[in-house]
Design a protein around this ligand. Sequence first.
Ligand SMILES: O=P(O)(O)OC[C@H]1O[C@H](O[C@H]2O[C@H](CO)[C@@H](O)[C@H](O)[C@H]2O)[C@H](O)[C@@H](O)[C@@H]1O
Length: 252
Amino acid sequence: MPHPSRFDRLPPPARAAFLLDFDGTLVDIAPTPESVTVPPGLRDTLLALRHVCGDALAVVSGRPIDQIDHFLPDTPFAVAGEHGIAVRHRPGGAIERATLPPLPEPWIAACERIASAFPGARVERKKAGLVLHFRAVPEAGEAIRAEAERLIAEGEGSGQFHIQAAKMAWEIKPDGVSKENAVRALMQTAPFSGRLPVFVGDDVTDEDGIRGAEALGGTGFRIPADFPDPDAFRAWLQRLSRTAPGADSWQD
Ligand SMILES: O=P(O)(O)OC[C@H]1O[C@H](O[C@H]2O[C@H](CO)[C@@H](O)[C@H](O)[C@H]2O)[C@H](O)[C@@H](O)[C@@H]1O
């Protein structure tokens, strides 16, 4: 029996809203957060797709919004950053931030100590959390996780944060934050409202986004289950972006 086409799961252009993860989905994974490169043509593809679907295109990332603006300036209509803690619903609009407990100061110093015990590991600070990266020292991943779990179980902040598994990284993240909430928030305002979300991602946090899209009657795709890698996903997006605005169905 032939594999059902991915297009079977796609709402038509007039009903679809694209909510896309960044790292590992729109761009290839790189050795460090700073060293990702945006492939030539990706911005044009996203802008064309945005045009086809009436502007309903958002990036939903674990990164802060300013980093998405840096890599994809003036490209998505909306951006949700830090897994949905921060949401900007429209270009130039205000950034809405969830009110969350601050990361306890002693944890920041403790995480720096944890990272320095494993040369190659590093801490990435975020406004409401931090990430312990171990891509350069993969064999230390489990030990770093154990230390981080011990840390967040104690003192001020315990019971308010959890460890989110990421790609070669552990993120200390406030409870109650998820890409599912980000999808729900984005889909409440124009031009997303009234459309069906199509969420695409590659990581554990993206499963929340896919669940959020499905709960709203939309659909989700995951790399590598649905596309072998970001390159294959970008090629698919490029084909979709060639659909004529106003067309009833997607160009394959
Ligand atoms: O939700 P995303 O847009 O996928 O962001 C998830 C995290 O991505 C970044 O870390 C990951 O990508 C890096 C660059 O490819 C890679 O070096 C690292 O190992 C990955 O974990 C980013 O640094 C995090 O802040 C994001 O939460």
